[in-house]
Design a protein around this ligand. Structure first.
Ligand code: NI
Length: 394
């Protein structure tokens, strides 16, 4: 099987690169991926693959039915949206859309999945069941994302999806290598907004008011204990406030301070506990000092937790394609990824694909200089095909 996948991946490699460059040159941010959807639909039409456009926005869903009869259905997902970043790579196929760039490699994911479509369509007589190609918009649009809209639009039905796999290009790992984990892979990403309310008065007569800035100082310090004292030491958690805003004039006691932050977790129980502790501390500190508060917790992306059984297939596929360069990642990442919404409904598995070549030094993702090695398209395509066939034919 792996020889045939390699042969076909080689056959379609230049086409994958051409798709990648075209999509890279014409990036579109979340909820605006109309042209990208058109490119995908045209490609699938040329391949003779049945598909539906406009799923959950500008999403596309393609189906490849195996020639060996009824069986399971595996989804393979690629996100397709770009970022509001001004490209600084000097590539000949740099973005023509000012202020928009494929700085997270979703162009690689999309082109790679078109390669997968080619290869598995040519190999359809060699599997039973169905491959569902899921081209998902709006991954970057936290906290909503794009996956929930595709789910609402029925992407997991007709036929019912039994598992979904995906990859993300990963600077810091060399081309021809990849990493996966059994269990948590990416973190939840939730928003925490706090409004601390005091009462203003003349700066020289603090006894007449309630100083919201002093309250905020106490709240920020006290909230450090949520991670250090309430989260079990062997679990990961982040509580970062990136915004603090309050006060109007230097000689008036401030009546209001806004704190805006993000909370990250790998564990559902810790994610459930933290907002309760945060609010209890905010309430205790503000009310104890004569103020009041408003607390707004907005759940965003859940953690990406890899299903062990599906990940067995993905890991075996990675090893088939990349040998001992396919590894278990030593730790999870605390970035968010809306692929997690699929994981709330069906077993998922997600891995990191290396894109650092010795010749092309890649900047980090979301950086204006991000420039993944296109050779990685081959390893990604082969691994996804291999894992899908293992899952369907097991
Ligand atoms: Ni991304």
């Amino acid at each position: 099987m792996k020889e045939r996948i390699l042969e076909l991946t080689n056959k379609y490699f230049d086409e994958m690169v051409a798709y990648r460059r075209d999509i890279h040159q014409h990036p579109e941010v979340a909820y605006q991926e109309e042209r990208t959807m058109g490119v995908i639909a045209k490609a699938l039409t040329e391949m003779g693959i049945e598909h539906k456009t406009g799923v959950g926005g500008y999403g596309v869903v393609g189906l490849i039915h195996g020639g060996k009869g009824e069986g399971k259905c595996i989804g393979i997902r690629a996100d397709i949206d770009a970022l509001a970043v001004n490209e600084a790579t000097d590539l000949p196929f740099s973005s023509v859309n000012e202020g928009v760039m494929h700085a997270c490699g979703h162009d690689m994911h999309t082109a790679g999945l078109l390669g997968v479509a080619r290869v598995l369509n040519d190999m359809k007589d060699e599997f039973k069941g169905t491959v569902k190609l899921i081209f998902q918009p709006a991954e970057e649009k936290s906290p909503t994302g794009g996956a929930p809209y595709m789910i609402e639009d029925g992407v997991l039905e007709n036929p019912k999806v039994d598992a979904i796999i995906a990859l993300h290009v990963w600077p810091g790992i060399e081309t021809g290598a990849a990493a996966v984990r059994f269990g948590p892979m990416m973190a939840s990403s939730d928003r925490v907004n706090i409004k601390i309310k005091g009462r203003s008065c003349h700066a020289s007569q603090p006894q007449d008011g309630v100083d919201a800035i002093v309250l905020a100082g106490q709240v920020i310090s006290a909230l450090q204990t949520v991670v250090s004292r309430n989260v079990p030491p062997l679990e990961s958690a982040v509580l970062t406030f990136g915004v603090i805003r309050g006060g109007k004039i230097y000689n008036v006691v401030s009546d209001e301070v806004i704190l805006e932050g993000t909370m990250r977790n790998l564990n559902f129980a810790v994610r459930d506990m933290m907002p309760k502790r945060i609010e209890a501390i905010v309430k205790g500190v503000t009310e104890g000092m004569g103020g009041s508060y408003e607390f707004d917790f907005s759940p965003g992306y859940p953690p990406v937790v890899n299903d062990p059984a599906v990940t067995e297939h993905v890991y075996a596929a990675m090893q088939d394609v990349m040998g001992d360069k396919a590894v278990i990642a030593p730790h999870s990442a605390l970035g968010g990824e809306d692929f997690a919404f699929f994981g709330e409904k069906v077993p998922i598995s997600y891995f990191w694909l290396g894109v650092d070549s010795p010749h092309i030094k890649s900047a980090p993702i979301h950086n204006a200089g991000f420039n993944p090695d296109e050779q990685a398209l081959s390893y990604g395509c082969q691994t996804l095909c291999n894992a899908a066939l293992r899952f369907l034919n097991e």
